[in-house]
Ligand binder design. Structure first.
Ligand SMILES: [Zn+2]
Length: 571
């Protein structure tokens, strides 16, 4: 387009996008001859919750290319409309920035979606039929994996055996875990490949299932599962690609427009890059390698970096302790239900000097820390280390993160704030653990467990994520968890430690702008504002008006990433 710059007094040529942005921002000293208002996409008739403090609400949004160019009343945004503009009528629905999940395990999640899930097999016949169908569709050389089966749902509740499935699976090996992961069913092909026979010695801590005549049943318990699982080959490229594509579809349908992938394998990141190059990523991926991987690679020239709009590698993930469920979260005082046990410090933290020197080096190279800490002592030690690193390497905008930040000693809440440490939290874990956690840690420590309210009140920045596939990827279920803290068993409908509830607005902020800040990307995304990436979702209901108990039922109608509609629920 052509525009006259009054100050320079001459005609200049600008790219349409640049001109559009200049126009939207006031245009400096330039007067436009021909309005550059040609939106590719307009979302109108919407209840826009922008997460932009400068303009919290709007009715419509205009998009050129992958950027937002106008946010405001329908009349103003309409000036961007041309006959070629695609218009989405939101029919009064709520529009918010796309969700940015601050902590997921992308390929694990994709594989889980791609594996056979027999949770809903309601009879032995259906169980056998579905395994047969999957075996028939499985490429030669691949295994049928997954499981999640539960014979208690069948009548009669008989444990399955390899005889049930051998006929329908043939030479395709099968390894299917029971839902509790303490037992698996394998077929004869799998036993052959693993060299397991009736003569195989039973491993310590395991059991090899046999029938009354002493023949193998194909059921393996605990340590015996390893006899077969050790021969399952690493997933083929085809299988990994399928898993990644399933994950991308799942993210799009849930309105998750950005994810921060913790500790991905290098070849998985290369696979993301292939899809990014082909324009096939429908969610922006930030890959955060393990600190140990980063350190090892630094000695030999460093990791392959990606810095694309759809794929970046940066930051480092490390572990300070284990989990509450397995009593390996590291506490100052013993577990209430396991006297004498305080949990386990991760091997990376022993000796502490090793951790410190790896952190000093990564920080010097400009990397951001994302360190897993669950128990109060692990959190305190990580805060100490972060403080020491900052003191040694001098001030910079480093935004260190503690992943999970689950059990915090009260004095440490203010230390998060003073050290500028971001709490990267997963509210769904709170309503899951809330069923039993108090037995394990007692009422006093429970008061500052998942202390979202205390963090915000102390001025700590929150970033929300799910830890998918450890918890469901569903953002509105996670928002529900943060707002209600109602445990999954329905026993605490008014919330477990209700003082730590946060509001819908606070949860959505932490899921969008807060999560973007936690990846140094708040200038690019996280709110609906002029100049930012056009990543937004249309929700089925208004979370600000909905009763808290129904927040988890709110669906995503439309997902837009970089100005492209990547998901549209059929109307
Ligand atoms: Zn995780």
């Amino acid at each position: 387009m052509r525009a006259i710059c009054a100050r320079a007094g001459r005609i200049m040529t600008m790219s349409p996008l640049l001109a559009a942005l200049a126009g939207a921002g006031g245009g400096g000293g330039c007067r436009r001859l021909e309005p550059p208002r040609r939106a590719d996409l307009i979302v109108t008739n919407a209840n826009v919750w922008t997460v932009d403090a400068a303009q919290p609400r709007a009715d419509a949004v205009a998009i050129v290319g992958d950027r937002i160019v106008a946010v405001g009343t329908a009349t103003i945004v309409d000036t961007w409309r041309t006959p070629d503009t695609r218009v989405i009528d939101a029919r009064g629905r709520t529009v918010i920035p796309g969700f940015n999940d601050s902590h997921i395990h992308l390929m694990d999640g994709g594989r889980q979606l791609d594996d056979l899930d027999l949770k809903n097999a309601t009879s032995a016949e259906e169980f056998v039929r579905r395994i047969g169908e999957r075996a028939a569709a499985t490429p030669k050389g691949e295994w049928v994996l997954g499981g999640n089966w539960d014979e208690q749902g069948w009548s009669p509740p008989t444990l399955p055996s390899k005889d049930w499935i051998d006929k329908v699976t043939g030479d395709t090996p099968v390894f299917l875990g029971r839902y509790d992961l303490h037992m698996s069913l394998v077929n004869s092909a799998a036993l052959r490949m693993a060299g397991v026979t009736a003569e195989t010695p039973v491993p310590v801590g395991g059991e090899i299932g046999r029938d009354a005549r002493g023949r193998l049943t194909g059921l393996l318990k605990d340590a015996a599962m390893g006899l077969v699982s050790r021969v399952i080959p690493a997933p083929t490229r085809e299988r990994r690609l399928r898993a990644l594509k399933r994950a991308l579809q799942h993210m799009a349908a849930l309105g998750v427009t950005s994810v921060q992938d913790m500790g991905p394998a290098a070849d998985d990141v290369d696979l993301y890059a292939e899809l990014a190059a082909g324009g096939e990523l429908t969610s922006r991926i930030r890959a955060v390698p393990l600190l140990t991987t980063w350190t090892a690679a630094a000695a030999t020239g460093g990791l392959k970096p990606y810095a694309l709009t759809f794929l970046r590698t940066d930051g480092v993930k490390a572990f300070a302790d284990g989990s509450l469920g397995s009593t390996t979260a590291y506490f100052s005082e013993p577990y209430t239900d396991a006297p004498g046990q305080r949990g386990l410090l991760a091997d990376e933290m022993q000796p502490l000097d090793g951790m410190r020197s790896r952190m000093l080096a990564a920080d010097k190279a400009g990397q951001q820390f994302c360190i897993h800490a669950i128990g109060d002592r692990a959190n305190a030690m990580v805060l100490d280390l972060m403080g020491e690193v900052a003191a040694a390497n001098g001030p910079r905008d480093r935004r260190p993160r503690i992943e999970h930040a689950q059990h915090i000693a009260p004095p440490d809440i203010t230390r998060f704030a003073s050290l500028g440490v971001i709490a990267s939290v997963q509210p769904y874990h709170a309503i899951d653990d809330g069923r039993w956690a108090e037995r394990r840690i007692g009422p006093e420590r429970a008061k500052t467990t998942y202390p979202f309210r205390a963090f915000l009140d102390a001025g700590v920045r929150l970033a929300i994520g799910t830890d998918w596939p450890v918890a469901p990827l569903a953002p509105m279920h996670n928002v529900y968890a943060a707002v209600t803290r109602a445990t999954l068993d329905g026993k605490r409908p008014d919330g477990w430690v209700p003082e730590q509830k946060i509001t819908v607005a606070e949860a959505i902020h932490a899921y969008t702008l807060g999560a973007a800040y936690a990846e140094h990307m708040e200038r690019e995304k996280g709110s609906i504002a002029v100049g930012k990436l056009a990543d937004l979702v249309v929700l089925g209901d208004d979370p600000f008006a909905a009763p808290p108990a129904s927040l988890r039922d709110i669906i995503v109608e439309t997902t837009i990433v970089g100005g492209n509609v990547v998901f549209q629920r059929p109307r």
